[in-house]
Design a protein around this ligand. Structure first.
Ligand code: C2O
Ligand code: CU
Ligand code: CU
Length: 457
């Protein structure tokens, strides 16, 4: 008999097809997809913007008419969006109203170690804490989420996730779709039981696919270009996304713009990854409905073309060159796997479970390294993915060949099928201190599949 965590691992090993979409009582496309509110600063000055967010329980409505208790940022299942600007610092005061420790990590952020949300660096119940984000990085789609030791999977699963978008002037000059036509969409699965409760770690029937916290919503659009910022905010698994076979254009990956737009009809997004795409709805007559779906699990959100609109935005042939790759001086090996010999699986990186008191790698600040990342779980067939804090990386090679389209650009998270090997290159330019890297199937990192590096002067 498999214990619930083992069952969860099994389900993670299968694709999302095993988790049929639910909402059976109502059918899909009943409610409109909300766009998470952009948070207003409580203070702005020449020195930057200050924000405040409460971490607190709240009742939300994921399935139409069903109340679901969740853990939230400011009361919404997808937290408020923070809009930052390259070079302009942001501070966020998070107050923890939960009855257990919590913390916050800015995923994709080049963040000083003291504000990175290290697993042991938590906000105790009733306390608050100021996180500092310098935003000394390119424009990109980031997100913030819980990262507290052993609890990150459950906390994120129950709703502690939100967008953090960095705009930069270089990007603004391109005149990509903006304002109401720049729409972040957090896609994730959720299991909701008969009482409306979120079921964690136990893949059962009634799994639903959600977009911005609603089960299979619709979203009215005008016949013009939109920038959709897609985030897989699930705690594990990958989506293979398509838009009824229609072509869309990928413009960015985790760390910001690609050098040039790439036409796609399908893309893969594992838990934690982001991709911005431009969809030109003017190619479709008013009245057209296009469904963004996962190849196996089904519909996620339907776009309804409801009217004409003028469109002054552009999709240029060239976006922005990537930074120079640099010369690597150090090579390392990182193998992700499970120890399945006990009653509970233990997540391992290079054969050891995470120990916050152990530094696995010491890295010289300013150095460029090549990491060979291996999914070592061939016997069990578990998929994993890999996420590196503090910096982004470039994929040099996948399984002995060229990187895939999904590996393009500046990355901080990427999927690895069982047995897969990826070579990536990263430069550790920003800050010294203690940071983690881990499998971003958070059920796995919560079970120990995480390592720690110390970046030294
Ligand atoms: Cu998105 Cu270490 O996390
Ligand atoms: Cu991260
Ligand atoms: Cu994993």
């Amino acid at each position: 008999v498999l214990s619930p965590p083992l069952l969860a691992l099994r389900a993670g090993a299968a694709d999302l097809g095993a988790r049929r979409t639910g909402a059976a009582s109502t059918g899909p496309f009943q409610v409109r997809m909300p766009v998470p509110q952009t948070l207003r600063p409580v203070r702005s000055s020449a020195a930057g913007d200050a924000y405040q967010i409460d971490i607190r329980p709240a009742d939300v409505e994921i399935l139409p008419g069903v109340t679901t208790p969740a853990l939230t940022y400011n009361g919404s299942f997808v937290g408020p969006t923070i809009r930052a600007k390259t070079g302009r610092p942001v501070t966020v005061t998070f107050r923890n109203w939960l009855d257990m420790p919590a913390n916050v990590h800015l995923h994709g952020g080049h963040t000083p170690a003291s504000s990175d949300g290290h697993p042991m660096d938590v906000i105790e119940p009733g306390q608050s804490r100021v996180y500092e984000y310098p935003n000394a990085q390119r424009g990109a789609t980031l997100w913030y989420h819980d990262h507290s030791h052993h609890m990150e999977a459950e906390h994120v699963y129950r709703g502690l996730h939100g967008f953090y978008l960095i705009d930069d002037d270089a990007e603004k000059g391109l005149r990509l779709p903006s304002g109401a036509f720049d729409v972040p969409i957090l896609i994730r699965n959720a299991q909701i039981d008969e009482t409306g409760a979120l079921v964690f770690g136990n893949p059962v029937e009634r799994t639903v696919l959600t977009a911005n916290g609603k089960a299979q919503p619709y979203f009215p659009v005008f016949a013009r270009k939109y920038r959709l910022r897609l985030l897989n905010g699930s705690t594990e698994g990958s989506f293979t996304l398509g838009l009824d076979g229609v072509q869309f254009t990928q413009i960015s990956s985790d760390g910001g713009l690609l050098p040039e737009p790439v036409p796609r009809t399908q893309l893969t997004l594992s838990a934690g990854e982001r991709t911005d795409v431009v969809v030109d709805f003017s190619r479709h007559p008013v009245g057209t409905r296009l469904v963004l779906s996962d190849a196996t699990a089904g519909p996620i959100v339907r776009f309804d073309v409801v009217g004409q609109a003028t469109d002054l935005s552009r999709l240029p042939d060239e976006l922005r060159p990537l930074p120079a790759l640099g010369t690597a001086t150090v090579e390392r090996e990182v193998t992700l796997s499970f120890d399945m010999s006990g009653s509970m699986p233990v997540g391992l990186v290079n054969g050891q479970p995470y120990d916050p008191n152990r530094n696995d790698f010491q890295i010289k600040r300013g150095s460029t390294e090549i990491w060979r990342v291996v999914n070592g779980d061939t016997a069990w067939g578990f998929p994993h993915n890999f996420h590196l804090h503090q910096t982004s990386f470039r994929v040099l090679e996948r399984d002995g060949g060229a990187p895939t389209l999904d590996d393009a650009g500046l990355k901080d998270t990427l999927p690895l099928a069982a047995g897969s090997v990826v070579r990536l290159q990263a430069t550790f330019n920003d800050y010294v201190g203690r940071y983690v890297y881990h499998c971003h199937f958070l059920e796995h990192s919560s079970l120990g599949m995480m390592g720690q590096m110390e970046i030294v002067p």
